[in-house]
Ligand binder design. Structure first.
Ligand SMILES: [Zn+2]
Length: 275
């Protein structure tokens, strides 16, 4: 078994315009929280995101992976993503037809506190938000980490997701898969599974439920986004990989894509800059 896949995160059409302009209160808030933002005068549209996402799709066509996965925040506008979504899909249609795209929901796609209506809207736009698939001898699970972050309006979705995860991982582990890999938008944690809660990660109460299942059934990697910068951590055989955004970066890393090479014994990955 030897194949590759390409991971994208946060193309987030519309984010650059939303954070443009000097004295923008949203931008100031992010800067005060310690993030590094490219400042510019007020702009409209999504030229910035179009250029980078087009490059990402072109690069994926050249790499010719078994699939591409986009780990959330496809569009920036939580209320009406119509125009951003149209541009996202126009460019996605340039991906070679034999390379499947797997979508992962982010907090901008289902809002920070998802509701049944917002989850229904998401599923109409991108398909299922919690599912799994196989490539060769490798099992992949896609989770909705925003439901894990704040399930206050959709508790049944959180419970359903945990049930799905447990039965799916159990089934995969009892077959002869070589690797189990999970995709989320929010990383479960940044440094340690026991760390405190913040907007970047899944809160500890629910994080530990997931981590227990990941470790019990031998998940080796979690690939996520949301932070708009690169980061790695390790916990009991589990590697957490946070990838910088395709769109607007919020840290020292450029926008880019991650190529992941999988064979029987190893999973290696490399981040490629789009700048
Ligand atoms: Zn996000």
């Amino acid at each position: 078994m030897a194949f590759s896949f390409v991971q994208l995160a946060d193309p987030q059409f519309g984010m650059f315009a939303a954070l443009s302009g000097f004295n923008n209160p949203d931008t100031e808030k992010l800067v005060r929280s310690g993030l590094i933002l490219p400042r510019c005068s007020k702009i409209e549209g999504f030229e910035y995101e179009t250029k980078r996402y087009s490059k990402a799709i072109n690069l994926a066509n050249q790499i010719n992976p078994s699939f591409v996965v986009t780990c959330g925040d496809m569009c920036n506008d939580k209320i009406d993503p119509t125009y951003e979504y149209a541009e996202l899909m126009r460019i996605t249609s340039e991906l070679n037809k034999d390379i499947p795209m797997h979508w992962v929901s982010g907090n901008h796609d289902v809002s920070n506190t998802p509701t049944d209506q917002l989850l229904t809207r998401y599923r109409g736009m991108y398909g299922n938000d919690v599912y799994s698939f196989d490539v060769e001898n490798c099992h992949f699970v896609v989770l909705n980490s925003t439901v894990c972050q704040d399930p206050s309006n959709v508790w049944d979705e959180w419970i359903k997701q945990v049930k799905f995860l447990e039965s799916d991982l159990k089934k995969a582990r009892s077959s002869d898969v070589r690797h189990i890999i999970v995709f989320t938008h929010h990383p479960p944690f940044l440094i340690h599974a026991d760390e405190g809660d913040n907007w970047l990660v899944i809160p500890k109460d629910r994080r530990l439920v997931l981590i227990d299942l990941f470790i019990k059934y031998g998940v080796s990697h979690i690939f996520s986004g949301h932070w708009h910068r690169n980061h790695h951590s390790y916990f009991e055989g589990l590697e957490i990989v946070v990838s910088s955004s395709v769109g607007y970066p919020l840290g020292p890393d450029p926008s880019g894509i991650r190529i992941v090479n999988v064979d029987d014994n190893t999973i290696s990955h490399e981040f490629l800059s789009l700048e």
